[in-house]
Design a protein around this ligand. Structure first.
Ligand code: LLP
Length: 385
């Protein structure tokens, strides 16, 4: 975040603060990497951050959208994403959501089961529309990430088992008002080891060889999202390593002539442009520990409580006071009545006082979208600077 911190002093807290310039640079970096691949399409995963102004900025740059609910499809359309560039995934699509997607004429449903395929066919027939579907295949590829955000193993609830791929494609071809247009995959999130994506490519190559044997060729391959960001060094690595990411697919995935390759990046697009701005309510001294108690908690940013995630913490006020050199160890906690409401334990900060402004960094993805009103708290403010 390269926002001038003097702009933050008067803002109410807790607040999400977004750096518009960094978002633009990140979008430009993605576009530069895929410039020479006219068949590459990046759909921004709206679940990471659904702020309407952020969505509109991403839509203006020509990206598509990846949605997982009827609400996200409506938000994508309102922000200006073309319906034809919307992909819609999710294991539990409700009838009203399927109807909304059919009405809008979205680009593709990423279908997660035979049961869902049959319902989409029935609803498309009723509404006299045609559903373009990609089958989400569970590739049974292990990815090196937190257990809560790995999705591509056989035991996860997502997708169609890869042994079922060919019979399900045959079913899709027989069902009325369904056009089978591709295959979809997603192995997990916050992946930094490119070998995970390489393994996905190898599995897709095997599956495409099986399809060749049956003379089936589908026009679209969607490899999902998952590229991670540096939570430890947001200033050193404000823009994720898109070059290595796209090169992995270029080098390892064998596309068939004319095939389109789709990506669904969420976190990598928006994480580093956002910070959670919060004020210190109390510095509580006990025999065991010193606690910094913030006005933001797990209600504003649940990732530490849910995944054990660590977001870098900056004390802006201490830096301005000239206290930056006086290091001290604190447990940094929120005000919520839960012992898991802890942002960091034994965290080294400059000497911290009541009223100090702190920033929890890399909070642009899965921060505001996962906020809740638990303890009857208001949702956080938002400022785009
Ligand atoms: N496509 C599908 C089908 C997905 O399920 C997801 C994320 C994405 C794309 C985007 O993944 P990304 O590029 O952002 O990794 N709340 C968790 C992350 C959950 C991700 C769920 N699916 C967190 O805060 O780490």
């Amino acid at each position: 975040m390269r926002i001038d911190t003097t702009q933050l002093a008067g803002l109410p807290t807790p607040a999400y603060v977004y750096d518009k310039a960094l978002l633009s640079e990140t979008l430009a970096a993605i576009k530069a990497e895929i410039r020479d691949n006219a068949n590459y399409h990046v759909h921004y995963a709206i679940k990471a951050n659904d702020n309407p102004d952020i969505l509109a900025a991403i839509a203006r740059e020509g990206f598509g959208a990846d949605c997982v609910s009827g609400g996200e499809i409506s938000a994508a359309l309102a922000a200006g994403f073309p319906a034809s560039e919307i992909a819609y995934a999710g294991v539990g699509k409700a009838d009203w959501e399927i109807r909304l997607a059919l009405d809008a004429g979205i680009g593709m449903f990423n279908v997660e089961s035979r049961e869902e395929l049959e319902v989409i066919s029935q609803l498309a027939t009723e509404t006299q529309t045609e559903a373009r579907v990609s089958l989400r295949i569970n590739p049974d590829v292990k990815a090196d990430t937190h257990a809560h955000i790995t999705t591509g193993r056989a035991e996860n609830k997502f997708g169609i088992a890869y042994e079922e791929m060919i019979p399900t494609i045959r079913l899709a071809c027989q069902l009325p008002n369904i056009t089978c247009v591709g295959l979809h995959f997603h192995i997990g999130s916050q992946l930094l080891d490119m070998r995970d994506f390489e393994n996905l490519c190898l599995r897709i190559n095997e599956l495409q060889d099986l399809l060749d044997e049956q003379s089936i060729c589908l026009g679209n391959i969607d490899v999902g999202g998952g590229l991670g960001v540096s939570y430890t060094d947001p200033d050193g690595q404000p823009i994720p390593d898109f070059a290595s990411y796209f090169a992995t697919f270029r080098n390892h995935l064998r596309l068939r002539p004319g095939q389109q390759l789709h990506f669904e990046l969420g976190r990598a697009v928006v994480a580093q442009m956002g910070s959670l701005l919060t004020r210190v309510l109390y510095v509580k001294h006990t025999a065991a520990k010193d606690f910094v108690i913030l006005d933001a908690g797990m209600t504003e940013l649940i990732r530490p409580a849910l995944y054990g995630a660590l977001h870098k913490i900056d004390n802006i006020s201490a830096a301005e006071r000239g206290d930056a050199d006086q290091r001290h160890s604190y447990d940094v906690v929120g005000p919520i009545c839960e012992s898991s409401d802890v942002f960091a334990r034994d965290y080294i900060l400059p000497r911290t006082e009541r009223g100090d402004l702190l920033m929890l960094r890399s909070a642009g993805a899965y921060g505001q979208t996962m906020a809740s009103t638990y303890n009857h708290r208001p949702l956080p403010h938002t400022f785009i600077l």
